[in-house]
Design a protein around this ligand. Structure first.
Ligand code: NAP
Length: 287
């Protein structure tokens, strides 16, 4: 069996390498040739032509930005007729409704579809320590478990297609809300002349603490958002996916709408491709 990795961005590259080092035959597709170079140097087969990758692979792992990217890659005029007998495993962050629609389309074209979004970032992708959430049937889950274990030791079956996508969005909503809440308190103590280390010490001993605070505090204090694992533009994408889905469920989304405005401001300040902790600069920039 050959696996196609579609998208060799921040996450796709280490994921392709995980499979390759487990001696699984891999073909990697990306539309930008430079993003394939490192993989080619390791000996991985590469292509900038999605149809070529679909024809060569039995299983297509999608780790692309969003739904329009997925549509461009697997549903183009050249690609869609090749999906018969292919298994599509969608691992990017998209909404439950989008995932169900893509799944229905793949199945109507004679293929198989499951979703397997992940929590964790580049370090976890390199180490095979991603938290893999699967939306599929029990049978599909058992069939694809050995492959998915290359990305994380304990993939979990969450429910049908859509359920894992929903859980992933719920977790990314927490990334946005926790980080912006922390950034606001950090900005406040700094403005008030309180020692940051004292703030952190008490926070660490309290029930309010989350490990992500320590991961981000240095970047925030130094306004250093370079070399991101997860860029601001993707956090905004996920916030919008959550907002749209939660709105249709009738949830009160005003708190997250506020966070969204902060992330939009960070992007307007030029931090779209930088780490999402740049929202700290949007919170602390003088008005
Ligand atoms: N980074 C993380 O920590 C993280 C963690 C969990 C989940 N995710 C999710 O996983 C997915 C990928 O994330 P990433 O961080 O790897 O993003 P990324 O570095 O921005 O990579 C996105 C990939 O999608 C490709 N792409 C975008 N639009 C396309 C189009 N129209 N046609 C063909 N290819 C297209 C890009 O190709 P080019 O290189 O040519 O632009 C690139 O290969 C996203 O849904 C993200 O939210 C990310």
């Amino acid at each position: 069996m050959k696996v196609g990795i579609f998208g060799t961005g921040l996450m796709g590259q280490p994921m392709a390498l995980r499979l390759f080092s487990a001696q699984i035959p891999v073909i990697a597709y990306n539309r930008t040739p430079s993003k394939l170079k490192a993989l080619q140097q390791q000996g991985i087969e590469i292509t900038t032509n999605p149809s070529e990758a679909i024809m060569a692979a039995d299983c297509l792992i999608l780790i692309l930005t969003n739904t329009p990217a997925i549509e461009d890659v697997i549903f183009s005029d050249e690609s869609f007729s090749l999906l018969e007998n292919r298994s599509v495993i969608q691992m990017g962050t998209i909404s439950p409704d989008e995932s169900r629609l893509i799944g229905d389309r793949v199945v109507s074209l004679g293929g198989e579809y499951l979703e397997a979004p992940v929590l964790g970032s580049i370090p976890q992708a390199k180490a095979g320590e991603l938290l893999v959430m699967v939306g599929s049937t029990e049978k599909q889950f058992q069939k694809w478990l050995p492959l998915l274990q290359n990305f994380g030791s304990k993939p979990r079956l969450i429910g049908e297609v859509g359920a894992a996508a929903a859980l992933k969005l719920a977790l990314n909503q927490l990334i946005a809300s926790l980080t912006s809440a922390f950034a606001l308190s950090l900005g406040f103590v700094q403005n008030q002349g309180v020692d940051v280390e004292q703030f952190m010490e008490i926070l660490r001993e309290s029930a309010l603490y989350a490990p992500t605070f320590d991961k981000k505090v240095k970047r925030m204090c130094e306004n250093n958002y370079a070399n991101p694992n997860f860029p601001s533009k993707h956090l905004l994408k996920d916030i919008n996916l959550f907002l749209n889905q939660a709105k249709t469920n009738g949830l009160n989304i005003t708190s997250l709408e506020g966070v969204s405005q902060v992330v939009v401001q960070a992007i307007e300040m030029g931090f779209a491709d930088d780490d999402y902790s740049s929202l700290y600069s949007a919170i602390t920039s003088k008005r």
